[in-house]
Structures are given as structure tokens and as C-alpha cells.
Design a protein around this ligand. Structure first.
Ligand SMILES: Cc1ncc(COP(=O)(O)O)c(C=O)c1O
Length: 392
């Protein structure tokens, strides 16, 4: 560390230079991220309240109350009543919290197992590693739908939890949550829905008239949901969300930290100190946008998704991997040829997409920062790459 401090201007200049290598959302090159730049008003609110610490809700009681209000409001959006939960650092933390609860509520199972679709996010593997739970993966069919027969065959007396995804990471598809619910009825198995991406898409798509099968607390076996403000909620990075339909679980599965100034309280977070600013910012974003504001944003994203799907269909040798339900689109080759080289070429031209080798697809996420002219530039490069690689 240097002896004397530097001037602010100089530091800002150094930072500007050092951070030049990062990608930025405005350029449109970020085509494979499920995060986006937070809403400006959210940033404003966050800056004002970034010293609030929800790790000690006794000190920041009003912020804690606001979080509960926010959770209840989002719970209602997900068709639940008296939903409790918490804003987390992201979908990974929320999923790990759900896995821990699924394990905790079944102390009778010595070797607990959780069944997830093969399309489930890596966070379930992380959770399994951390807690000594086995994760079993249910196969997908050729059309990327969940193979329900295989899913059912994995359920045994060791199953403490099952997971359905509402907005898969690779393709934005929605698992048949009602069918999963039927499989575990009366079996004392915890059903968690990972809607980290879809949580702030599906309710608005439904309002826009899309046919969306029940995926949320309308399915009465659903115990908890992950849904992330920092994805399609346009919240501050990082902010995820965990939503639970049974308050009593907190009493036997909650941690307690007795020494805090505000006194002991039960919680299920993995972290201790956690930001109140992100919570307050998302409360403000929900109030500011309302249903109509979110619908407008989702409609623009879906229009862009349909536009890109149409343009890809015009390119010989390529096809969309599956019809998009939400604003995620998978590109694959018509012949089944590997998509890896295509992704390498994109990176050379600065386009940053997601590559899913296990499904041989590259993924475009049509986030709100992706605009029509970015897509036109992308399609131009894509056509050139297809010619260069002689894909047919
Ligand atoms: C379906 C799903 N769940 C969980 C996550 C993990 O979210 P995070 O990166 O916020 O931890 C992702 C990330 O893309 C996701 O797509």
C-alpha cells in the first residue's frame, strides 16, 4: 500500500483505465448474460441507502419491515398468501437455502437426495457439495422437455426434495411444475421452483396474454421459489430472492445469532451482514414500474426474441434449438455439427454469448439492454461466420 493517499480525480482516472477491459451493457455485446444494468431510479435509491445492514435487523428494523413488505408483495405476484422469505445475493444462494431446508425438514432421511432436471443450474451441485446431499439429475427428452418418467423413477425413500425450473438457464423453458407436484403429493417431499430468471418474466407474460401453465404457489405442493431481482427485475447486482410458503419452517430450520444489538432472530441466510440498500432499491423499482411498466419491458424483450428467431430461421445451416417461451433463445446447427467453433468466432468479434456444450447450443438472452440494431449487427456477423465455417 502506498504511504500517502492520492487525489480523487487521479484515482477515478486510474480506475477508468483499469476497467476499460470490461464489457458494458450499452454496446450490446453482452448477449449471454441474465443480468442487466439496474434501472436508473433503483441505482439512485441504492446510493442513498447503501449503509443499511440487514445482517442486524434489530438496528435497521424499518428496513427489515420493508423487506417483509416486499417479500409479501412478490409472494402475491406469485399467487401465494403470507409468503415469507428474503432478498439474497442471487439465485445460487436462494437455491442453496432451499436445499438446506429440504434436507432439514427431513431429519429421518440418513442419505438425503434431491432430484433436479438435467437443465438445472450449477448452484444445486454447489449446494450438494456443501451439504453432503446427493443431487440426482432427471433426463431431458430430445426436445429439451423434462422426461417425467425418468424423474418419477428417481423418487425413493431417500428423496427429501425435488426441483422444477421455471425459466431454464440454457433455454428459458418452464418445467411441468404441476406434474412434478402430483408426483410428490402426500410424500412429505419439499418442492422448490427455481424461477431465478422466470420469476420476473412469467407473471408479466401471463398478463400480456401468453399461455403460461401454473408454475408458482398456485400449485399447492410448491413450498418455495427462487426469483431474482437482479435478472429480469432490473434490480441492483447482486440481489436474488427466496420465497417460502410456511413460516413455521423458520422455527426449526432457522439460524439464530444471539449477540446482535437488535437481539436474537431466526433467519435462513448463508451470509451474515447483507445489504439493505438492494432491498430498498427493489421495493422502489416495483413501485416505480408497477405491472404496466414491467409488461412494457417484457414485451420489448419478447418482440426482440421473436425478431431474432425469425432472422436465424433465414440462415441456412442454423436453427433455434427450441421455441422460446421467454426472452432466451438457443441457436444450434441444423446438421447436429458442433456449435463450439461458432462460439469461438463470436468471441473473436467480441460477442459474449453463453455456450452449453452438453446441449450443443449457444444462448442469447434478450435482456432489456439488447436493442434491435445490436441484433442486426449480430446477425450480420453470424451470417459471415456461418459462411466462413461452411456450416450447412
Ligand atoms: C435458473 C437459474 N437459477 C439460478 C441461477 C444462479 O443465479 P446467480 O448467478 O444470481 O447466483 C441462474 C443464473 O443464471 C439461473 O439461470
Amino acid at each position: 500500500m502506498q504511504k500517502e493517499g492520492k487525489g480523487k480525480e487521479e484515482i477515478l482516472q486510474i480506475l477508468e483505465n483499469k476497467l476499460k477491459g470490461d464489457f458494458s451493457y450499452e454496446t450490446g455485446y453482452i448477449l449471454g448474460s441474465m443480468c442487466t444494468t439496474p434501472l436508473d431510479f433503483g441505482k439512485e435509491v441504492y446510493m442513498k441507502y447503501l449503509d443499511k445492514n440487514l445482517g442486524d435487523p434489530g438496528l435497521f428494523k424499518a428496513t427489515a419491515d420493508l423487506e417483509n413488505e416486499l417479500i409479501a408483495e412478490i409472494g402475491e405476484l406469485f399467487n401465494g398468501k403470507n409468503i415469507i422469505g428474503s432478498i439474497t445475493t442471487g439465485g445460487s444462494e436462494a437455491n442453496i437455502v432451499a436445499m438446506r431446508i429440504a434436507k432439514k425438514v427431513r431429519p429421518d432421511i440418513k442419505n438425503p437426495e434431491i432430484i433436479v432436471p438435467a437443465s438445472a443450474h450449477m448452484s444445486f451441485e454447489k449446494g450438494a457439495d456443501l451439504m453432503g446431499v446427493r443431487v440426482l439429475k432427471a433426463n431431458l427428452k430430445d426436445n429439451f422437455e423434462l422426461d417425467m418418467e425418468h424423474f418419477e423413477s428417481l423418487i425413493t425413500k431417500n428423496t427429501c426434495g425435488v426441483v422444477g425450473v421455471a425459466g431454464t438457464t440454457s433455454l428459458g423453458l418452464v418445467d411441468p411444475i404441476e406434474k412434478i407436484g402430483r408426483l410428490i403429493e402426500d410424500k412429505n417431499i419439499f418442492l422448490h421452483v427455481d424461477a431465478a430468471f422466470g420469476g420476473f418474466v412469467l407473471p408479466f407474460l401471463k398478463e400480456l396474454g401468453h399461455d403460461i401453465p401454473p408454475w408458482d404457489f398456485r400449485v399447492h405442493s410448491v413450498c418455495s421459489i427462487t426469483a431474482d431481482p437482479h435478472k429480469m427485475g432490473l434490480g441492483i447486482i447482486p440481489s436474488g430472492g427466496f420465497f417460502l410458503n410456511d413460516r413455521s419452517i423458520l422455527h426449526h430450520a432457522g439460524f439464530e445469532i444471539p449477540y446482535l444489538a437488535g437481539g436474537g432472530f431466526k433467519h435462513f441466510h448463508i451470509v451474515g451482514t447483507r445489504p439493505g440498500g438492494t432491498v430498498i432499491a427493489f421495493w422502489a423499482i416495483m413501485k416505480y414500474l408497477g405491472m404496466e411498466g414491467f409488461k412494457k419491458i417484457i414485451k420489448q424483450c419478447m418482440d426482440n426474441t421473436n425478431y431474432l428467431a425469425k432472422r436465424i430461421a433465414e440462415i441456412d445451416g442454423l436453427k433455434v434449438a427450441a421455441k422460446s417461451v421467454m426472452n432466451v433463445l438457443g441457436i444450434t446447427t441444423e446438421s447436429g455439427e458442433s456449435i463450439c467453433e461458432l462460439d469461438d468466432e463470436f468471441r473473436k468479434r467480441k460477442w459474449m454469448l453463453g455456450k452449453f456444450t452438453e446441449f450443443n447450443l449457444i444462448r442469447v438472452v434478450l435482456m432489456p439492454h439488447v436493442l434491435r440494431d445490436h441484433l442486426d449487427r449480430f446477425i450480420e456477423d453470424l451470417s459471415n461466420i456461418v459462411k466462413k465455417l461452411d456450416i450447412s
